[in-house]
Design a protein around this ligand. Structure first.
Ligand SMILES: Nc1ncnc2c1ncn2[C@@H]1O[C@H](COP(=O)(O)OP(=O)(O)OP(=O)(O)O)[C@@H](O)[C@H]1O
Ligand SMILES: [Mg+2]
Length: 456
């Protein structure tokens, strides 16, 4: 049997080298060489000496329909497309302390309680620490077998011997393949760990939940190839200090990537928030600077409160702080407000926040940002301030209000929670249909706003 060797491969041009170089000898790029193992399984891939196999017509392929494994967490099952698929690999990414271990422990506890064989592999925490977490979780979380181990071969050996139906690996960055010299978490290690776990899981039909760290920028740490390797990539988002967290699928081979689940971190673990709109509308303040956005989180409508504060600035340039929305989107909306709607906030600090720590990344949020900022700048509550005013619509660069998808579902959600004062684009069916941002401001704030509002 050929001996496993290691080579260094450039992630930019694919040049292979026996030694590590800071600069790729092939393309000259810096820090692109990553260690790879060329073991018996991969050796000889370049030689066309393999046995020829007759390809099979798809219709003749035997595909057994496996029942999905329910994790007992409705929001997680929904995002996965109806539960875990046996033999699939799901990567869950999220910033430190967001609740990745809690979510996966809860899922395993529920599966164990439902009579499934499970295994929790942790390279981050000791078995005692995992037990402490499990004590505050519901279900059969304490019944789950754990393995606190960082050596990849030991983990694979145990998986092969125990043959669990569902396994959590927390996290992919902490496991270490002995044949590679790089530290755990390095690009080469992460790729090797994920690759070998994937191969074993597919061969044995084990559904694996791989926990992954994210970088400071919020992307999944490790090589991009990790995302290609797995079947499903879930992103767990939210701010650690806030209670609400959202879970969304960035990639899903067995379901749509449109759905978003909302969770709340409580003493007893993560609790699903099925009625997110009711919570957020109930907490809406109706004060100047507040607007309720009828947003679409994938295929699900949700009402969230967008708050703005405009205050005189001592700084040049003034501050623009955006939480829960894209900073560039805020800059665009502020520019259009000043140029086309007569609400200039040039020398003022502007803070915009989506209440509850939720993040909305859709163009339909523009109008809510614009109305919240205009209301804050004018010191006027939208729609008179008695009931929250709901809105949605994309702001165009020429000051027009553009239509966005699913107007009917947004309207239905707003009405369901008793919000009838709704501002939307033309032909959206909203109570106030506004062709331009200026017209929307007039509907929401009254006619005086368009005479050139200035920040206090
Ligand atoms: N008793 C408790 N009551 C409420 N919330 C708690 C309690 N204990 C821990 N938490 C919350 O759980 C979070 C930690 O969750 P968890 O360990 O699942 O996060 P994680 O994403 O796995 O973090 P890491 O990246 O460090 O592994 C803490 O930030 C805290 O908000
Ligand atoms: Mg953890």
């Amino acid at each position: 049997m050929p001996r496993a060797t290691t080579v260094f491969v450039c992630s930019a041009c694919g040049t292979e080298s026996a030694k590590w170089h800071g600069q790729c000898p092939g393309c000259g790029a810096w820090n692109t060489l990553a260690e790879e193992s060329r073991g018996a399984a991969r050796g000889g891939a370049k030689q066309a000496s393999g046995r020829a196999v007759k390809p099979v017509r798809l219709a003749d392929v035997r595909a057994e329909k496996h029942a999905r494994l329910s994790t007992g967490i409705g929001e997680l099952d929904r995002i996965l497309g109806g539960g875990l698929v046996p033999g699939s690999i799901v990567l869950i990414g999220g910033s430190p302390g967001i609740g990745k271990s809690t979510l996966t422990s809860m899922a395993l506890g529920n599966l164990q309680g439902a009579g499934r064989r499970t295994l929790y592999v942790s390279g981050e925490e000791s078995a005692a620490q995992i037990r402490l977490r499990a004590e505050r979780l519901p279900g059969a979380a304490l019944e789950v077998p754990v393995l606190a181990e960082t050596d990849l071969d030991t983990v694979l050996g145990t998986l092969d011997a125990e043959r669990p139906e569902v396994c959590v690996v927390d996290s992919v960055q902490t496991l270490h393949a002995a044949e590679l010299t790089g530290a755990a978490g390095s690009v080469g290690q992460v790729r090797e760990v994920a690759d070998r776990i994937t191969r074993l899981a597919k061969a044995r039909g084990i559904a694996v939940l791989l926990v992954g760290h994210v970088t400071k920028e919020g992307a999944l740490a490790g090589p991009r190839v990790l995302e290609h390797l797995v079947d499903c990539v879930l992103q767990f988002e939210g701010e650690r200090e806030r209670t609400y967290r959202t879970l969304r699928a960035l990639k899903n081979r067995f379901g749509s990537t449109n759905d978003v689940g909302v969770f709340e971190m409580r003493q007893g673990g993560l609790v699903e928030v099925a009625d997110a709109s009711a919570r957020f509308v109930g907490e809406a303040t109706c004060a100047p600077g507040s607007a309720v956005l009828a947003a679409m989180e994938g295929s699900r409508p949700v009402l969230v409160e967008v708050q703005a504060l405009v205050s005189q600035s001592e700084l040049v340039p003034p501050r623009r702080v955006a939480n829960g929305i894209d900073r560039n989107r805020l800059a665009l909306v502020l520019a259009v407000l000043g140029r086309h709607a007569g609400v200039g906030v040039g020398s003022a600090d502007v803070f915009v926040n989506v209440a509850g720590g939720v993040r909305v990344d859709e163009p339909g949020a523009d109008l809510a940002i614009a109305l919240a900022v205009a209301g804050a700048a004018r010191g006027v509550a939208l729609g008179g301030g008695e009931r929250p005013l709901a809105c949605f619509g994309e702001v165009g660069l020429t000051g027009e209000l553009r239509s966005v998808g699913h107007a009917d579902r947004r309207l239905a959600e707003a009405r369901k929670f008793g919000l009838t004062e709704i501002v939307g684009p033309r032909e959206s069916g909203a109570r106030f249909e506004a062709p331009t941002l200026r017209a929307a401001l007039r509907a929401a704030l009254g006619p005086s706003d368009s005479r050139g509002a200035r920040a206090a």
